[in-house]
Design a protein around this ligand. Sequence first.
Ligand code: WT7
Length: 637
Amino acid sequence: MSEINLGLGNNDIVTRKEAESDFIAFWEKQAKNLSWFSTWKKPLDWNPPFAKWFVGGTINASYNTLDIHQNKANKPAILWEGENGESKILTYKDMWTQVQKFANVLKSLGVQKGDRITIYLPMIPELPISMLACARIGAIHTVIFSGFSAAAIKDRICDSKSKIVITADGGYRRGNIIKLKEVIDEATKDFDFVQNVIVIERTKNKIILSSKDMLWNELMNDISDTCIAEKLDSTHPLYILYTSGTTGKPKGVLHGTGGYLTHLYSTFKWAFDIKDSDIFFCTADIGWVTGHSYMVYGPLLHGATEVMYEGAPDFPDASRMWEIIQKYKVTIFYTTPTALRMFMKFGDELPNSFDLSTLRLLGSVGEPINPEVWKWYFKIIGKEKCPIIDTWWQTETGGMMISALPGLETIPLKPGSGTRSIPGLDISVVDEVGNDIPPNTKGYLVIKNPWPGMLLTLWGDDAKYRDVYWSKYKNCYYPGDYALRDIDGYFWLLGRADDVLKVSGHRIGTAELESCIVSHHNVAESAVCGIPDELKGEVIIAFVVLKQNVTKDTLILEKELLIKIRNDIGAIATPKQIYFVAKLPKTRSGKIMRRLLKSIANNETIGDISTLEDGAAVSEIQSVFEELQKSIQKKSD
Ligand code: WT7
């Protein structure tokens, strides 16, 4: 693999050395970059698998992102670009005022420290304002991506028992209005514990207001703009963010405050080499963790200026991102491989016709970036002068774990590799039983030490937290990813090792999708798997076994299932193909053989099935395999 030698920062080898000799003291030193109301008594309380960072210290996330920057109150915090071309600038002063006012609104509605608040909003400034207002008074925000359906929201609101829901009348998406308030009405209709729904009028579409509903503008009208930030314990929960996993139900990842902010402050500085003059642009939606960590908390902790874009990246056409970069003179651009593959498809002419010369650093996140895409990004967008940081992390890790760090050190980059781990972390690649494996061998990624941004637990489910992340290897965190380490110690992330699919960088749990399909009254069984896709990284294929005596036309059934999936989960979980089959390949104990399904869907040969787990009946599997292949063949003819 060719090496590209580009770096921006000074070589701070001291930092890595320090980190290796005492990771706790190292993180303690980083934590001192934040403003604490009172300092901690113990840097780390490690009671595996539960870590408490900076125990006894008190801090506030809203204070650290807003109050401390009031010496440069007129600096823009958010340069907001609406989908339809509107724009708005919110300075650090504006944000501070709005957040304090909204924090007072929440208080006036009886919100107390520890209460949960669900936020279901499009990418408008009220979204970060709501989050920071929660953080200011110690309420726990739980943001739900505005593409999720009523049924998916219902599960999440029920799990978090949110007292208040914040939404908008509608949101713009590719010129259409998505009626968010209607979705929330449907999702909350059975929940008496939801005391109020606060509605922002974004699109001015007609909405019906019930006695619970209140308008944002009216609430903000006559309220004090002073609200002192609560002194919160470092381990006080900041937010819950639901993510799909290997089990049917989404998991509520719970993040704390002091450790999480320390992780973000440090990684934002090291990875993006942030300067006061930078214009940062992250294309993620705040509904996902990238938006939480690197649009809300990371940049604002540094008093940075960032672009926030409301709409679809290809609206009105595929040059929208380049137009925004030119318009706002963006210097740092952070996006996903799926978006890059889409832009790449439209050719070089579009980006070449915009002035992208202000760019100095490019980032990628969410899924493996193929070397061809990496090189296109480097050449066409970065004009061969911007380093690319490929950042590996997860909702659960809170912040980046593997990435090149131009703000810290100069190292050669390799297209497709995330390079090395963040200092202060102990990351390895191990075999099935947990032994470190030789370079260039594929194995499982593990994290051997606690780190400051790590999740506190899963909301209301410590047992599941242990089971999902800490049971495969003793006292090691298991992220569920395949990886290898090359002879230079660089990590290459090789995709999920578990039953989690990654479609356009978004996590879809196979079990969640299967249980949705099976809940259709004509369906007996179902299995889903992912197959590689040029654009989305991976797409979903579903195999469905119908109940006996179902005579309905499969075209009608297919339509019904697609609608059901959209309604129960959301459009992101839509399978590319649904195959109706007579049987699924299973082991003797009844486990669906996903590896086999994947080979079938990928049109591969069956391979050696005599070694398959549980001693499945080889001839039986062989015949199911052939039957499945036939049905796929029939469909593509
Ligand atoms: C999973 C986490 C990271 C925030 C957005 C997604 C995959 C993430 C990379 C990368 C290869 C990556 C992993 C990980 N992933 N970044 N740079 N290279 N794979 O967060 O939804 O929690 O998903 O995304 O499989 O486990 P998430």
